[in-house]
Design a protein around this ligand. Sequence first.
Ligand SMILES: [Zn+2]
Ligand SMILES: [Zn+2]
Length: 407
Amino acid sequence: MRGRELRGELDAFLAENEQNLVAFRRDLHMHPELAFAEYRTTQRIAERLIAAGLTPSVLPRGTGLVCDVGSGDGPTVALRADIDALPLQDEKDVSYRSTVTGVCHACGHDVHTTVLLGTSLFLAQQAAAGLLPGRVRLIFQPAEELPGGALEVMAHGGISGVDRIFGLHCDPRVDVGQIGLKSGPITSACDKLVVRVSGPGGHTARPHLTADLVFALAKVLTELPAALSRRVDPRSSLSLVWGKVEAGSAANAIPDDGVAEGTVRCLDENAWHAAPDLIKALLESVAGAYGIEATMDYTRGVPPVVNDEVSVEMLAASAERALGASAVVPTQQSLGGEDFAWYLESIPGAFARLGTRSPGGVTYDIHQGTFDVDEGAIGMGVRMMAATALTALWEAGRVVDPLTTLA
Ligand SMILES: [Zn+2]
Ligand SMILES: [Zn+2]
């Protein structure tokens, strides 16, 4: 019953607000801002929230904000949108083309922001009518592309007191009106590895009196990926691939240092956590066998987004409730990274893929200057996010409801 009422209320809300939301998205699209420089975007969001009677709290750097809807001691559900654009040229010929040279909303974060704004306005109406059974924390996160924005939000208490969190991303391979869902890992980790080797150089006539550094570096290059593939569960798809190697300057001189750089990609969260220590141990054993010194710099990217099963069920039920019985489609784990993963390291939640392709239309890939969406996706996103917040609050309330427990 709640579902049917909710759908009617969302229909009414969107009939009144959808055009406005599309205009809001186009304004953001015309004025994209890079990571941690989203001052205008933050201002525009804050203005709309304040006009709806809400009290946004801008993060200390002045970009990104959090805002609570509803109050009381009930459960708290967070909804997150990322707000930053990419450093690439808009190549579209549309009226809302980017007005900033070399900056473009080519990852759809303008759509995510607009969806969350629409959801916020709807939930504010629900709260005013006494229909919000808890609190919703709206997170308009800066700097997803850098990354660093999620950690910035968390460092300032953005998810403290939050029981569950949801987010979404445009997916140009899914038709508008559909939502791609998957339990477990849905994106991947990608880290950067730099290995430096050193040893006493010398003449190539006498490798036994030096350490044959180039030979030893070659061993590191081949042995490390090979050993990893035997030491880590193959299902984790942990792979180390080198992209750059440098050592030496003359054919008959053994150099005294060298460097190799590569990436470590991984589909599995546990393997990702264990990767730096394992790689360090393997590196030391290979280097030790050839008498060279080896050090490594391991730079963490983001972990994989690992969707919580219960949260995915809530998303699925909400999508069906708000968009129709056939709205949910399966989706695959991508090799891309997404910093929503940091929230899920602390609290349960799930990340959905919002269909943005016009049915039968062209697939414009993200991170391309030609990327664009079917703007019907905005209303669909609002329906799903609003329904998800309410479903999660209803479900959380059901668990702590003593009458239900007694029954
Ligand atoms: Zn992106
Ligand atoms: Zn993105």
